[in-house]
Design a protein. Structure first.
Length: 296
């Protein structure tokens, strides 16, 4: 029987080593992401036979990731299916990539059905294009950045853990400016952002802060995701300041992502405005994600 327990900082090193063995391209396969969303999504972890699985609360109920790591993946999934068979409940595997579907087809043919949701797809960009914003399609981004730079009264600097207090006050301001459209999803996001700032050092996150004059107008947090991709977890800016969002985007990539071919900027959660914004940067690819439902 698999034993799941809430994910903790003590799990970080072991989980990251297993993630390196699989080198997966999806923001969901980041220890920091799972730890930061632990309370919201009820994230739990099980370790077995050199692999781990994550159990979490998805949109439609309880879900599991596939086994991750170089150990006995099939043995671990068999154990989960056997455990749940005794309970008489279906098993839903989430955050499946195309390679996971191929593996399931080899090992569990005919035992599950597959669905997908476009809202979950990650946006992945060429690092060079996000850095230079070259080409006609990104002309508007360059114009917004030029307006932000007018007067030369701006600066970008790396964020240190001791900057958490300033960034937390910035989040209070961001919430105040967003109060007319505030909802439960934004409250969850705010909780996660605050948690990231407070645990920046333990999670080994990179951060960047953007100023206009002496005013903090944007910040961002991220980390390496796999061997060729960096993931940006958080990006917050004062939307009313022209160019603040494209400027923090470009500066963070310039300072933190140059050793990686790609930048993963996560999904859009189905938000139309966010989808439009992410598409406006012309992603190199979308990371498709699937669910497999086993009826036991």
């Amino acid at each position: 029987m698999l034993q799941f327990s809430p994910i903790s900082l003590d799990d970080r090193e072991w989980v990251i080593n297993r993630l390196r063995e699989d080198d997966r391209q999806a923001c969901d396969y980041s220890f920091a992401n799972n730890y930061l969303w632990r309370d919201v999504n009820r994230v739990e972890l099980a370790k077995e036979q050199g692999c781990f699985m994550i159990r979490y609360q998805g949109r439609d109920g309880r879900c599991y990731t596939p086994p991750i790591g170089a150990g006995n993946k099939k043995g671990m999934l068999d154990l989960l299916l056997e455990t749940e068979r005794g309970a008489g409940t279906p098993v839903t595997l989430g955050v499946l990539l195309k390679e996971d579907l191929a593996w399931l087809e080899q090992n569990y043919t005919g035992q599950y059905t597959v669905t997908t949701n476009r809202d979950d797809y990650d946006y992945v960009y060429d690092t060079e294009k996000l850095t230079t914003l070259a080409g006609k399609k990104l002309h508007g981004k360059r114009n917004h950045i030029a307006r932000f730079k007018d007067g030369g009264n701006w600066r970008y600097r790396d964020m240190m853990p001791e900057d958490a207090g300033e960034c937390l006050r910035f989040l209070d301001r961001w919430k105040s400016l967003s109060k007319e459209r505030w909802n439960d999803e934004m409250e969850n996001e705010l909780h996660v952002n605050r948690r990231a700032l407070r645990h920046m050092a333990e999670l080994v996150l990179d951060g960047g802060m953007l100023y206009k004059g002496e005013e903090l107008v944007a910040f961002s947090l991220g980390e390496p995701l796999n061997s060729n991709t960096y993931v940006v977890h958080i990006e917050k800016a004062i939307a009313s300041i022209q160019g603040a969002y494209p400027m923090i985007n470009q500066q963070f990539v310039l300072h933190n992502c140059q050793e990686y071919q790609y930048v993963n900027r996560e999904d859009d959660t189905g938000d139309e405005g966010l989808r439009k914004a992410k598409l406006s940067y012309y992603p190199a690819l979308l990371v498709e994600k699937y669910q497999a439902r086993f009826t036991l």
